[in-house]
Ligand binder design. Structure first.
Ligand SMILES: [Zn+2]
Ligand SMILES: [Zn+2]
Length: 190
């Protein structure tokens, strides 16, 4: 039943084979590997570019109900500042801790289909866990620095690139002069 729509590819670095792991409490294997970032690993303003390397540093442990996979995934994320739109990049480390249930285990049989990760032919699909580990920690409004002053609302230039006394009074003055003339014209015409 749980085999539906899950032809996992063992050659995909985000698919973990648990075949080498003996079934028995306390059995453990370290898995250190690199994987290319899947598409859309991020939010609209920041994320890991597709294909960029993700560093996986994981351990899989035998548990009675399945295989517990834990560790870290490290990714370089790129995006733009939500205030000044300049490019930003940083390294994020996400934490993974996920039980992949054995087919037929109590956990698998008592938990809703979409609430538990399962092993399929002894393969664990790491992509959803990797996605959660990276994306959940990303800010929806990333900033180049916490006090980024953003863009000048008048000319759209980053305040950081403008002199400290940058202002648009001259333009404002000209507009008020025009408004004055227009007001005069209106009162003379009436
Ligand atoms: Zn900024
Ligand atoms: Zn300006």
């Amino acid at each position: 039943m749980s085999e539906k729509n899950h032809p996992l590819d063992p050659a995909n670095p985000l698919v973990l084979s648990t075949r080498e792991l003996p079934r028995g409490a306390g059995e453990m294997r370290e898995v250190v590997r690199e994987a290319p970032a899947p598409a859309d690993l991020g939010l609209p303003l920041i994320g890991a570019p597709e294909g960029a390397p993700l560093a996986l540093d994981l351990r899989m442990e035998s548990a009675s109900e399945g295989v517990f996979v834990s560790g870290t995934v490290t990714a370089r994320v790129e995006g733009e500042c939500g205030r000044c739109l300049r490019p930003i990049g940083e390294t994020v480390v996400g934490h993974i801790g996920e039980l992949f249930a054995y087919p037929g285990s109590t956990t698998e049989e008592t938990t809703d289909e979409d609430e538990v990760s399962r092993l399929h032919d002894d393969l664990a699909d790491l992509e959803p866990a990797v996605r959660d580990a990276i994306v959940l920690d990303l800010p929806s409004t990333p900033l180049c620095r916490p006090d980024c002053p953003g863009l000048c609302p008048e000319c759209g230039q980053p305040f950081d690139d403008l002199p400290a006394d940058h202002a648009h009074e001259q333009v404002d003055a000209r507009w008020s002069k025009l408004a004055e003339l227009r007001d005069q014209g209106e009162s003379e015409g009436s």
